[in-house]
Design a protein around this ligand. Structure first.
Ligand code: NDP
Length: 242
């Protein structure tokens, strides 16, 4: 059966790959983002992909998004986000106002965005559906406000799982390690840092968006209906759990 799927931040990187996967399976996919260019490119890949501009940190934009979405959403992928520290100037002196702005930007981009989107869509999520949050390995490392936001996302996901569980809806986090071929690092990934990230894996390679697609596809499949409130780490062994 064709499902209605929303992939936030689906114009580039991981979100684009996730959207293309479901579209190729015949699902009806809506991708969102703030920039028109990547959305247009993403929608051009398949007749099953539709693009709607939306800033997921903005409640008014989410109200507008609701008017563009189908009444029934089967799968919600809260993927929009990234480390907003790449966009802010490092302060040279203690300027608490700019520190607060920069800290809040990461909370907005990675935590509030997912919370607002899930709240907005709560009543439209279909019984037996699924929510997936794209978290990060940074949630378990010293990674400043970005790591704190992704850790908050994993914690808040527990609430989503508890609230939606009685309707047969699962809620899980996929936490990627370093994933190449996305816009995440912009121009800020030196060859040395990239080398260290790859060296930290057991697999000896960078992750790619397809690695995340596999995990997301499993969690929203019929095989995973009793898996909820979990974090699935996809990091090549860069961080291990028992
Ligand atoms: P990208 O930068 O390629 O993708 C992020 C997407 O999110 C962009 O399409 C961007 O589009 C969109 N986006 C960001 N903020 C907003 C917003 N406020 N409203 C709507 N859309 C937004 O990087 P990735 O594909 O790598 O990132 C996807 C997710 O994976 C992120 O949550 C990231 O934190 C996470 N992640 C990535 C890792 C990596 O190594 N690549 C590692 C761990 C986690 P636009 O700017 O047009 O809005």
């Amino acid at each position: 059966m064709s499902r209605n799927i929303l992939v936030t931040g689906g114009g580039t990187g991981i979100g684009r790959a996730v959207a293309e996967h479901f579209a190729a399976q015949g699902d009806a996919v809506v991708i969102t983002g703030r920039r028109f260019g990547p959305l247009k490119e993403g929608a051009a890949q398949s007749d099953n992909v539709r693009a709607v501009r939306c800033d997921h940190t903005d409640p008014d934009a989410l109200h507008r998004l609701l008017t563009e979405l189908p009444e029934r959403i089967d799968v919600l992928i809260n993927n929009a986000g990234g480390n907003t520290d790449f966009d802010s100037e490092p302060g040279t002196e203690v300027d608490l106002a700019s520190y607060a702005r920069a800290f809040r930007a990461n909370l907005d981009a990675n935590l509030i965005s997912a919370a607002l989107t899930t709240k907005a869509l709560e009543s439209r999520l279909s019984a037996g559906g699924a929510v997936v949050q794209i978290g990060s390995i940074a949630a378990d490392q010293a990674s400043g406000s970005y790591g704190a936001a992704k850790a908050g996302l994993a914690n808040w996901n527990l609430n989503v799982a508890a609230e939606l569980g009685p309707r047969g809806i699962t809620a899980n986090v996929v936490a990627p390690g370093y994933i190449a071929d996305t816009e995440f690092f912009r121009s800020y990934l030196s060859a040395e840092r990239r080398g260290r990230l790859v060296d930290s894996t057991a697999t000896g390679r960078a992750g790619v968006p397809a690695d995340i697609v596999g995990a997301v596809a499993f969690l929203v499949s019929s095989a995973a209906r009793h898996i909820t409130g979990q974090v699935l780490n996809v990091n090549g062994g860069a961080r291990t759990t028992r």
